[in-house]
Design a protein around this ligand. Sequence first.
Ligand code: C2E
Ligand code: MG
Ligand code: MG
Ligand code: MG
Length: 289
Amino acid sequence: AAKGDGRGVHRFYAEEMLAGAKHRQQLEDDLRTALGAGDFHLCYQPVVGTADARIVGYEALVRWEHPVRGLVSPADFVPVAEECGLIEALGEWVLRTACEEAARWPGSVRVAVNVSPVQFANPQLPGIVASALAHAGLAPDRLELEITEGVFLNDSTATDQMFRALKGLGVRLALDDFGTGYSSLGYLRSAPFDKIKIDQSFVRGIAQPGNRNAAIIKAIVTLAETLGMETTAEGVEVQDEIDLVRELGCSHIQGYVYGRPTRAEHIAGRLDGGELHARPIGFKVSRAP
Ligand code: C2E
Ligand code: MG
Ligand code: MG
Ligand code: MG
């Protein structure tokens, strides 16, 4: 049941593996094998409009089903894939698959794909994106690329050119995990983001009295609105948090409260049934220590 539905993704694999260089090499070899064997799939998590609880899209999140180790968290294998050069092939597979799967959804529903700073530094990225869109027959404005502040560590001229090339294709751009990175606000002057995703660390604890996160979220929302950007609050887990981020003016919500990442089959079935409204599911969340 839990298999592949995004639950119970565990992290001890990499911790164990990263214990030594030999294990690290093993992880790399396993990743390479997995790419060839097709041991990856995508899960999708709904992104919901704050005003009307409509599902505006889904974020694609990669999952690795290791034949022996079980489900491995992307937080563990994406950094390794970045370091050993496998992220290019993995990222291209993610883009193609997400575009193909999203092309089966109703036309109003978007898909968001995470793009690593390593991919962002590759001048071939716009061509890869264009090809994925064309092959799937997906309109460019239905694809949103999520990048992190890490891209601003790359060469700035090349980064500017990449922004222009991607916007030129007509895709949307979102700044992921906002507030956790290098957080120089300077880049917001020129980078053409359509959306800022407020990192879940700012949502944690907002419902508690005296918590400062609400003030920070409010400031981010004001900034984003002034710049004409949408805002998604990430990691919203309970109804109280929905109410608060709505009050603070976030335009979108993503989090376990509206659904865990689930496999494409489940999404497609749901959307076929015309279910475009998300209902909060009040399950108990056990937070990692
Ligand atoms: P992210 O892009 O910020 O994705 C959101 C993460 O938060 C996901 O973890 C999601 O399952 C989790 N999440 C969503 N709602 C909640 C909530 O209410 N509470 C909590 N505690 N967590 C929530 P996941 O799937 O493990 O992915 C972790 C990170 O791995 C992603 O963070 C992203 O940085 C990276 N990643 C995932 N898929 C890809 C991919 O295809 N390519 C690249 N380059 N990176 C990816
Ligand atoms: Mg993301
Ligand atoms: Mg994020
Ligand atoms: Mg993250």
